[in-house]
Design a protein around this ligand. Structure first.
Ligand code: GDP
Length: 433
């Protein structure tokens, strides 16, 4: 990490302000070359940035010292006017300074990880925070970014290390007059760690949904008003609305935010038997997606008449459509009219309530990688527990399983050699992060 790297930290294009970040041993030298006299660290000061005597722009210069910066290295930030020409001129000027080179995608964050400023879960939290589109996503990503998962994992790891140390002692002193089994308190501790890991895993499905979106399928017979409802909800014509049955052949997906939660609405093809083979494929695919969705809005034009072959799940909502054509309010279900907008708020509230309930148990484990690591740790702990009561017989087996559990947790927060994981994670970052 002798190189000093630089990149635009803000998005490219016209903007009031653009920030160019420089990190590495020569970051402050570069700042001095372009700005002359340096401000005190952590204090922004107005400077003229010049290259070979020519003024590039006037803006703020902000320095962070080693150990107190995002990357852990000396960092300089140039806050400029956000035009393509200004940023290009400054980037060119930086590129001409010896020892400086453009940063690779995610390289700033990578340095933060290698310098111990962030753990691997925090890096993923940061990546999610940058990608967050809804309130729930922002809150979840922020919790992970703040290091909450890392702290939990660190505590479990420490407890496992304590247990493993006792087991090692059993191995080392097996010939001597020392107690031959594990103290009861440690056996209980192992049980508690297992319980916590299981709880974390249980909440990971909800966490993954918050990260990637809940799927809500709109199902019902042709012409019941599925596309009209979808269009009403998104306020624009995204789905085909037509009087001809079966026009919506495939599944149309629309992303929206409901109560802070990301939701993908699926408009499925009409659930009816079709003679046309292609249409039949579309219907099958739609049924499959609808079955796999987190919940379904089951649309019907008549009170309580549920489409054939559909069994409402506990979270599904029965929605009676076209109530503007009805004389009396529906006896059951949520009555709506996509034409007048009646009942839509009630439908959204009911949907929000159900999705919030599903999101409520969310843990901090939200990526497949994290989930996999927890599963690995759990498997090893379960294997260790098989030997716990007979620790004197096979202490080395017990020690080995504990070691694997510890390693799985270390993988989770990137404490062990995780070089191969890093490329995968950082490839999702863009340059300047
Ligand atoms: P889909 O086949 O289930 O997607 O149904 P569409 O959304 O294409 O609607 C079928 C027909 O019902 C269209 O002519 C719509 O204009 C009409 N329609 C949909 N919703 C309503 C509604 O709330 N009130 C009335 N009066 N007509 C509706």
């Amino acid at each position: 990490m002798d190189d000093t790297i630089f990149a635009e930290a803000t998005a490219r294009g016209k903007a009031g302000v653009a920030i160019i970040r420089v990190s590495g041993p020569k970051a402050w030298t570069a700042a001095r070359v372009l700005a002359g006299d340096l401000p005190a660290p952590h204090r922004a000061a107005l400077r003229s940035f010049r290259a070979e005597g020519e003024l590039i722009d006037r803006g703020l210069l902000l320095l962070f010292p080693e150990g107190a910066s995002f990357t852990g290295e000396n960092v300089a930030e140039f806050h400029l006017h956000g035009s393509l020409a200004v940023t290009r001129a400054l980037l060119d000027a930086l590129g001409r300074i010896e020892g400086l080179r453009p940063a690779a995608p995610g390289e700033f964050t990578r340095r933060a990880l290698l310098n111990g400023r962030l753990d691997l879960a925090q890096v993923e939290g940061l990546s999610d925070l940058i990608a967050a589109e809804t309130e729930a996503q922002r809150k979840q990503a922020l919790r992970v970014f703040s290091g909450e998962l890392g702290r939990k994992v660190g505590a479990w790891r420490e407890d496992l290390v304590e247990i493993a140390a006792h087991v090692e002692a059993l191995i080392d002193f097996s010939d001597e007059e020392v107690p031959e089994s594990l103290p009861e308190t440690l056996i209980e501790k192992l049980d508690r760690i297992r319980g916590s890991l299981e709880a974390e895993l249980r909440g990971s499905t909800a966490a993954e949904r918050i990260r990637e979106g809940f799927e809500v399928a709109i199902i019902g017979a042709p012409n019941v008003g599925k596309s009209s409802l979808l269009n009403h909800l998104i306020g624009r014509e995204a789905a085909i609305v037509s009087d001809v049955p079966g026009t919506t052949r495939d599944v149309i997906e629309v992303r929206l935010e409901i109560g802070g939660l990301p939701v993908t609405l699926l408009d499925t093809a009409g659930l009816h038997e079709a003679d046309d083979a292609i249409e039949q494929i579309g219907i099958e695919r739609a049924r499959e997606r609808a079955r796999a969705a987190d919940l379904r809005l089951i649309l019907t034009e008549h009170d309580g008449e549920i489409p054939e072959g559909v069994t409402p799940g506990p979270d599904d909502l029965i929605v009676v459509t076209k109530i503007d054509l009805m004389e009396t309010a529906p006896a059951a279900g949520i009555g709506i009219s996509s034409r007048t907008g009646a009942g839509i708020d009630a439908l959204l509230s009911a949907l929000e309530e159900r999705l919030s309930a599903k999101a409520a148990g969310a843990s901090l484990v939200m990526t497949q990688r994290q989930r996999h690591a927890i599963q690995e740790a759990l498997r090893s702990i379960a294997a260790a527990q098989e030997f716990v009561e007979r620790a004197d017989e096979h202490p080395e087996m017990l020690a080995e399983h504990l070691r694997q559990a510890i390693e799985a947790l270390e993988m989770l927060i990137g404490k062990v050699d995780v070089e191969h994981l890093l490329d995968d994670i950082f490839s999702r970052f863009c340059i300047g992060k």
